[in-house]
Design a protein around this ligand. Structure first.
Ligand SMILES: N[C@@H](CCC(=O)N[C@@H](CS)C(=O)NCC(=O)O)C(=O)O
Length: 201
């Protein structure tokens, strides 16, 4: 099993989940420009991470990879124990991947969308969208340590996206449950190990 990752990117969620499964794996750090090399485009034509190779299985897309790992290692209990619990995990995973991650992408890549003259308004609108999602997540975490009540693949992904707020200097203080969630999970042994692997701790 081998993970291709970019330091601190969404692939860190896969790195954390690989640690949570406790099974051996390899990981390969990629430089951003290497993602567009012919070799890497052969693995993922989108030129993005994460990419996971597991013998003859080659997977892209964070949600597919995370669910693959959770299903491959059911003893890790990272997806949910019954139909409803699994649907709940996928619901939060979907919100983090399709909505939260997408909006963070606007902060990281705003020059792809607007010129310097529109930057401020664009980022204000992005912040407004992000706040909508953060409010929902903050509410969901009230009285819980994890999104669905028990640790799942969705938590790893949420943790990684919240980590980006530090890099982007986005204030999270209006969301005390998210701050608590981020601080608690930062102490998790699997999170610590994945950060260390990526040279971030
Ligand atoms: N929909 C994809 C998005 C993957 C993605 O956006 N990866 C980013 C890192 S978070 C990336 O590789 N960016 C490099 C680039 O686009 O040049 C997924 O969920 O895996």
């Amino acid at each position: 099993m081998k993970l291709y990752y970019l330091q601190g990117a969404c692939s860190l969620a896969v790195h954390i989940v690989l640690e949570w499964t406790g099974h051996p794996y390899e990981s390969q750090s990629m430089a951003r420009d290497e993602l567009k090399s012919p070799e890497f485009l052969g693995l993922n034509p989108s030129g993005s991470v994460p990419v996971l190779r597991d013998e003859n299985v080659l997977l892209t897309q964070s949600t597919a990879i995370l669910q693959y790992l959770a299903e491959k290692y059911p003893e890790s209990h990272l997806l949910g124990s019954d139909l409803i619990a699994r649907a709940e995990t996928r619901r939060w995973l979907g919100l983090v991947n399709s909505d939260v991650h997408r909006v963070f992408g606007l902060f990281f890549a705003w020059p792809k969308y607007v010129g310097e003259n529109c930057k401020e308004e664009f980022l204000q609108n992005a912040r407004h969208q992000l706040d909508g999602y953060l409010s929902i997540l903050n509410e969901q975490l009230k009285g819980k340590d994890y999104l669905t009540g028990t640790r799942s693949i969705a938590d790893a992904y949420l943790w990684v996206t919240l980590n980006w707020t530090f890099f982007l200097q986005l204030d999270l203080s209006a969301y005390p449950e998210l701050v608590r969630f981020h601080q608690n999970l930062a102490q998790d042994a699997g999170v610590q190990a994945a950060l260390k692997q990526e040279g971030l701790a």
